[in-house]
Design a protein around this ligand. Structure first.
Ligand code: VG1
Ligand code: CO
Length: 543
């Protein structure tokens, strides 16, 4: 067993995006590609000597091979210990939980999240810091800088570790501890929710369907919903993580979780439906006959969190990403707590949670979470909803109607245009940015632009500045269009257009969001000339 020092050259494009480095799997499997990036992480964080790391992934194609290589590299770089999920599995929130519960120096999560998996799909690597959260911009920038100067990586020349057996083994001088991926996470959930109340809900005949989308939440949802909480067998579907997620797109939204949506709007609908993404940090909430938008879900959770034991003392504050609707802002102002607006990406919430400024955080992209970990957490959101339902004993539709009656409704929709030519997408955003000063006062589709800017975030905790985080166009009557390009796509550019409008009148709370937003949609297209720039008549994904 010897440490091999392998010469290498910098590889272009190893720049982490919104959430880690995501590339085509066929790029990642090229010898040296993963190793270069992982060594760059180790180098950028000041080496691994004596440190403990957490390691796991969402089970997609290349997960286990990558984990074996990373273990050998960690040993060759002098790590004291790596705590790894059995069979190299850990959901993103569980990895965050384990980093915190075991006070590790950080962790590596192998996932491209909601992107499809398989030899012809996507793979990814994320690095999380000691607070359990995604590496902040300063760290990802240092990792990227290192990928541009790297000249060698270190790896132990030895056999693979048996990752199917729980317990400790040695890899050279490094301890490998294989853990049950669910245990620490389940113990944390026990501290937050009234498990007996939720059990009682299921005993009373309440039925739900949880679609794990053949991804990592399956084992967690089975153990917690069916095992601990007594939901009937079959509540969790598509529960076995598959390397290609069954050929599907593990993104819990109405477009990609179509079967669940059909069930929830059909004659046999159970009371409650939910789904999670590839790495288990996203969630979709659906009631019988009603879809709950992620922005609304965040607002409802903020308004009702005190019904769960973990949040009985109230919330310190809330935070949402800029393109998320302002529904949660209304709850925060009625609770008299702060509401922070951050750029897209969970890494921006870490400082706020560490500083005790925000308890709940959320993104319009089906992400909700709290300061129990430092990642968004799909199953946590489902459990908080269940706890609220166990206390209120009302249908989801009634909870939503009462919420909108009290706060007003923020109609919301996001239109995604995928695989757009990168130059054309950049030209569109650059063009909009150049026209920002002249937009206020102009009219489009009957709406008047009241303000327009390019979102810039100044972190209230460390003062760091993050620019160019999306073009915001505000109209009178509390309507808004937001334009930004995705930082997670692996092919061309993805244009995301977030559209919203506030409706105070309860008589108008039952509209189809696309109709309620028709003018905003038309105004956004007129101002940005989406059709002209993308060459598309309609979005690829509409949520
Ligand atoms: C998307 C979402 C963003 C989310 C990110 C990671 O980023 O919009 O809100 O934090 O994915 O989610 P982008 O840059 O493509 O818009 V996950 O569950 O894919 O780690
Ligand atoms: Co995810």
């Amino acid at each position: 067993m010897t440490v091999q020092i392998i010469s290498t050259c910098p590889i272009d494009g190893q720049k982490p995006g919104t959430s880690g480095l995501r590339k085509k799997t066929r790029t990642f499997v090229v010898p040296g590609y993963l190793e270069n990036f992982v060594q760059s992480i180790f180098d950028a964080i000041g080496g691994l000597a004596g440190k403990t790391l957490v390691l796991g992934g969402d089970g997609r194609f290349f997960n286990i091979e990558a984990a074996q290589a990373i273990l050998k590299m960690a040993a060759a770089n002098g790590a004291a210990k790596v705590i790894v999920g059995q069979n190299a599995l850990l959901s993103t929130p569980a990895a965050s939980c384990v980093i915190r519960s075991r006070t590790a120096a950080g962790g590596i999560i192998l996932s491209a999240s909601h992107n499809p998996g398989g030899p012809d799909a996507d793979f990814g690597v994320k690095y999380n810091i000691a607070n359990g959260g995604p590496a902040p911009e300063s760290v990802t920038a240092a990792i990227h800088a290192r990928t541009q100067t790297i000249s060698e990586y270190r790896i132990l020349d030895t056999a693979d570790v048996a990752l199917d057996q729980l317990g400790e083994t040695m890899l050279g001088a490094m301890t490998v501890e294989v853990i049950d991926p669910v245990a620490d996470y389940m113990a944390l959930m026990e501290t937050l929710f009234d498990m007996e109340a939720i059990r009682g809900l299921f005993t009373s005949g309440f039925r739900m369907r949880f679609d794990a989308m053949h991804a990592i939440t399956g084992p967690y949802a089975k153990a917690i919903l069916e095992g601990r909480l007594g939901a009937p067998g079959g509540t969790v579907i598509n529960a076995t993580p598959l390397p290609d997620f069954g050929g599907g797109h593990p993104d819990p939204n109405p477009a990609h979780a179509g079967d669940l949506m059909a069930l929830m709007f059909g004659a046999e609908a159970p009371e409650f439906g939910a789904a999670a993404d590839g790495d288990g940090d996203r969630n979709m909430i659906v009631g019988r006959g009603i879809y709950v938008s992620p922005s609304d879900s965040l607002a409802v959770l903020a308004a009702n969190a005190h019904l769960a034991p973990g949040y009985r003392g109230g919330l310190a504050g809330v935070a949402r990403s800029m393109p998320t609707s302002r529904a949660v802002d209304r709850v925060a102002s009625s609770l008299g707590i702060a509401c922070f607006e951050t750029p897209t990406g969970w890494k921006f919430f870490g400082n706020l949670m560490d500083a005790g400024k925000a308890t709940l955080c959320g993104e319009e992209s089906f992400g909700t979470g709290s300061d129990h970990v430092r990642e968004k957490d799909g199953l946590w959101a489902v459990l908080l909803w269940l706890n609220i339902l166990a206390v209120r004993r009302q249908p989801v539709a009634q909870i939503m109607q009462e919420h909108w009656s009290g706060y007003g409704r923020d109609y919301y929709s996001r239109h995604d245009y995928e695989g757009v030519d990168t130059n054309r997408a950049n030209a569109m955003i650059d063009g909009l940015r150049a026209r920002l000063p002249e937009l206020p006062g102009t009219q489009a589709a009957g709406l008047t632009v009241s303000a327009a800017d390019d979102f810039c975030y100044i972190d209230p905790v460390d003062g760091s500045v993050t620019e160019h985080q999306g073009i915001r166009i505000l109209f009178g009557d509390e309507a808004r269009a937001v334009f930004r390009l995705s930082g997670t796509s692996t092919e061309g550019a993805t244009l995301r257009v977030a559209l919203e409008r506030f409706e105070p009148d309860p008589a108008l709370h039952g509209l189809d969001p696309q109709q309620a937003l028709a003018k905003v949609i038309a105004a956004a297209d007129t101002i940005a000339d989406i059709r002209g720039h993308t060459g598309r008549d309609s979005p690829d994904v509409l949520t």
